[in-house]
Design a binder for this molecule. Structure first.
Ligand code: ARG
Length: 291
């Protein structure tokens, strides 16, 4: 598909430069008027060629969607819409980076997207039991999860960050020892902090925002959560700040049921084309939070 597009583009460029050449050779004899006319003609031809190209590309897109084994199907995406800017509620809608990416992927396949919003730690079981076709939830690729689902190529990176109150004595990760840390249940923030600081020092919440509320009201000492939602929560709550230090760096990917290579391949192809066309960057930029 890409190659054909390139070939067309080159043909147009060659036609354009040929038109340029011929008007040059004519220059000596041809009166100015004819030359201008020739140029207009060449320009018209170019526009026509460009229009044909766009048409061809659109047809190709439609063809690709029609060829997709998922054309006409409805694909169910499992997520937990408590994770701005990746997925969150706006009125009755669920929006965010993951939602836009999933929409773009489905559009490319000619499939419909349906979203099921569930607890974060139910997402993998939902995919495993075929209740959802894939998961897009700012989900970090971990070795343990890789034994449960298959992950797509990664489409974003995340950093586990620490939120504390502005007047907190906690300045580094080490200062978290012995403190009460709030996390969203089942997330990597939960897994890592339980490992590093002990189960008894970790308080689990069903939503990240609830952990942040507990911090703001002095019930816990810190929240460990991914950097992008952390920035959103800090900007929405007075008296909170982010530590400068990163707790862990990770990569986000889409998950499908183990062995569902047909869907995984289609998702990976879409991710690749979204990366290449710059659409992925555009989606992310649309939801960027001021730091
Ligand atoms: N990246 C973290 C993880 O995979 C947190 C993801 C939370 N996502 C959500 N939609 N609540 O564990």
């Amino acid at each position: 598909m890409k190659k054909r597009w390139l070939g067309l583009a080159m043909a147009v460029m060659m036609a354009a430069s040929l038109a340029g050449c011929s008007s040059q050779t004519e220059e000596t004899e041809a009166p100015a008027e004819t030359e201008a006319a020739a140029e207009t003609e060449a320009a018209e031809e170019e526009t026509e060629a460009a229009a044909e190209e766009t048409e061809a590309a659109a047809e190709e897109g439609e063809e690709a969607a029609a060829e997709s084994p998922f054309a006409g199907q409805t694909l169910i995406m499992a997520t937990n819409a408590e994770f701005p800017p990746y997925e969150y509620h706006e009125g009755n809608d669920i929006i965010g980076i993951d939602v836009d990416i999933a929409r773009a992927i489905c559009a490319e396949m000619g499939a419909e997207l349906e979203i099921t919003d569930i607890a974060f730690d139910s997402i993998i079981p939902e995919v495993q039991s075929d209740k959802a076709d894939f998961a897009a939830a700012g989900m970090t690729v971990t070795e343990d999860r890789q034994t449960q689902v298959d992950f797509s190529d990664t489409y974003a990176t995340g950093v586990q960050s620490v939120i504390v109150t502005e007047d907190s004595e906690i300045q580094t990760i080490d200062d978290l020892a012995g403190k009460l840390i709030g996390v969203q249940q089942g997330t990597t923030g939960d897994i890592y902090s339980s490992d590093d600081f002990g189960d008894e020092n970790v308080q689990r919440f069903s939503k990240g925002a609830d952990a942040v509320q507990a911090l703001a009201s002095g019930k816990i000492d810190a929240v460990i959560i991914d950097n992008k939602p952390a920035q959103v929560f800090v900007s929405e709550n007075e008296g909170l700040k982010l530590l400068d230090t990163a707790y862990a760096e990770e990569e986000y990917a889409i998950a499908v049921k183990k062995g569902n290579t047909e869907l995984l391949d289609a998702i990976n192809a879409s991710i690749a084309s979204l990366k290449e066309s710059g659409e992925l960057d555009e989606i992310v930029a649309k939801y960027i939070v001021a730091e």
